[in-house]
Design a protein around this ligand. Sequence first.
Ligand SMILES: [Fe+2]
Length: 219
Amino acid sequence: MSKEPRKSAWGAPFGPLIYQSTISQELHQLMLTEALKLQEKKENDYRQNLAGNIEEEYAYSDSVRARCTDEILFLCSDYTEKIGSQGALVQPWTKSIPEADLELPQLWVNFQKGGEWNPPHCHSGLFSFVTYLQVPPEIGQEKDEEHQKNSFPSAGRLQFDYGEHIPFTNVTHQMLPQEKMIVFFPARLRHYVYPFKSEVTRISVSGNIFSNKTNWQNY
Ligand SMILES: [Fe+2]
């Protein structure tokens, strides 16, 4: 019997792929400036389309959305390429989806305040994302408060759920949002956002991405 080190292979080749990156300073600035305008005018209230138990959620105008689209679809293409490299993407979505095949028809901003939350839900489209424009540090610091000293501190976190509760398997994935972070995920992947207690406002932007080459309404 030998305990010599040797080559091995390992991985978790099942389940949805979640992708994290950052948005540019330019896109951050554009989305934040326009978000504050929407909030000031209370324009394009989007709550009827959303699951969030959040008082202020607004859709961006078509023209602002158009200005955000290039960079978001560029990042989404990198995401779909990663999915393809896992072999998970099948026709009619080829391994690398050219940017021209993707569309961003839905883009909105959430102003999440202390005590507000987003219950379990999924989105429309093929891929979805969330990015964070303003993340007050108080939210992350809540992990040191008494009410978070448990086995599952979750204040202000984004959580994805997928799969069966069998031993040695992750069935949830939590992320603590950071400013300029962007997270892509399959639109139908169930997720939710826990409330935080701090009297602050976190500003996030979400959107749904479709492909103009597919009958997306089936997905
Ligand atoms: Fe969502």
